[in-house]
Design a protein around this ligand. Sequence first.
Ligand code: NAD
Ligand code: ZN
Ligand code: ZN
Length: 379
Amino acid sequence: MTYRGPYRIRVDHKPLPRIEHPADAIVKVTRSGICGSDLHLYHGMVPDTRIGSTFGHEFTGVVQEVGRDVKSLSVGDRVLVPFNIACGSCIYCAKDLFSCCENTNPCSNTVGGIYGYSHITGGYDGGQAEYVRVPYADIGPMKIPDGMEEDDAVLLTDVCPTGYQAAEMGEIQKGDTVAVFGAGPIGLLAAKSAYLLGAGRVIVLDHLDYRLEHARRFAGAETLNFKGVRNPVEELRKLTDGLGPDVCIDAVGAEAEGSFFQHLIGVSIPLQAGAPTALQWAINAVRKAGHVSVVGVYGPTFNLVPIGNVLNKGLTVRGSQANVKHYLPILTEHVLAGRLKPNEIITHRLPLEDIAGAYEMFSNKRDQCIKAVLLPEAA
Ligand code: NAD
Ligand code: ZN
Ligand code: ZN
C-alpha cells in the first residue's frame, strides 16, 4: 500500500525491507487491519504524511528473519505486533508507558514511534504490506498463543487494548453508568471492556444505525442515535437521573460529525485541527466530578474544547495512545476464556491488492463496514 495524497492510495512494489539493526526482525504479514486512525491519514489530516509511505499499524505475521541480537523470536514464529514501537528500556517503557517511548521517535517530545503513521510518529513503514521491518523485535511482538485465532490476534495489536485502556482510564466503579461516543471498532471494544470492568450501564452514541445495532449485539449496550435528538448532552442527562453518566469515553476523535459549524471550520476548510464535537459533548454530559477518557485521536490545538467546564465540574480527563503491550496478558486471558470475541467486529476480509477500495468503503461507511482486514496473497 502506498499513499499518493489525500484520498489516493494504490498498490505498488517497493524494495523488501531488510534488517537495519541487530535488534530488528522482518515479519511476513498474514493479516493487517485498517484503523479509524488510518482514515485521518487518508483524509490528509495528519501533517508530514509523505507520498510513498506505507500505512498499517495493526498486523500479524510470521517471523521471516531476525537480527543477530534478537533472543526471543525465531524464524517461523507466528506473532502479533503492537502498534507502538517501543525500546523497552527508557524511563517510560520501564513504567509500561510504551506509547510514550523516548527512543523510537527521537525528533518528537509528544509521542513514541508507531508503524505506518506519518513522520510525526517516526516515519516507519507499516503493515499494510507483505513484509515489515520490526525494530526492537524482542520488545513488541508477542507469539500468538495456541488456540487463538489469527482474526482475534490482529485485533489485539490495537483495537482491543485501546478499547480496554479507554474503559480503564475512566476509573469505572462497580455499577457506574458509562457513555461511549462512537460505535466504530474502538467504541465497540470500549463498551465491551466497560462491562468487563464492572459498569452497570453502558450507553453508546453514534449516528449510524448499523453500528449502533452492532453495539447492542456485540457489547449488550444501550444505544442513542444523536442524529435523532436535538441535544445529545441533554438526552444523556435525561437517561441518567438528570446528572449525567459517571464516565464518558471519546472514541471518535478529530473528524466528528454532529456540528455543522465545527465540521466546517475543523474538517472541511480547515481553520483548526479537526472538530472536537464528541469531546465537547463528553465534557458537558459527564456528571460533576466524573471521568472523561479520550482515545479518539486529535492533533494539536482546538479552540472549542470547554476547558472551563473541566475546571468547574471538577473532572478528571485522561487521554492516551494505547500502551498495547501492557494489556496483552489480561486481554489474551479474556480471549482464550471466551469472554471477549474481538473477531465479531470484522465485517470484511479482503485481498491486500484491493486496499484502495477497502479504504474508500471504510471511509464512507459503505456496505455496513465496521472493520476490514486485509490478507496478502501469500497468507
Ligand atoms: P471509526 O471511524 O470506524 O469510528 C468512529 C465512529 O464515530 C463512527 O462510527 C462515526 O459515525 C462516529 N461518530 C462521528 N461523530 C460522532 C459524534 N459526535 N458522537 C458519537 N459518535 C460519532 O474509527 P475507529 O477505528 O473506531 O477509531 C475511533 C477513534 O479512535 C479514531 O479517532 C482513531 O484515530 C482513534 N484511535 C485511537 C487509538 C489510541 O491508541 N488512542 C487507537 C486506535 C484508534
Ligand atoms: Zn489504530
Ligand atoms: Zn522506550
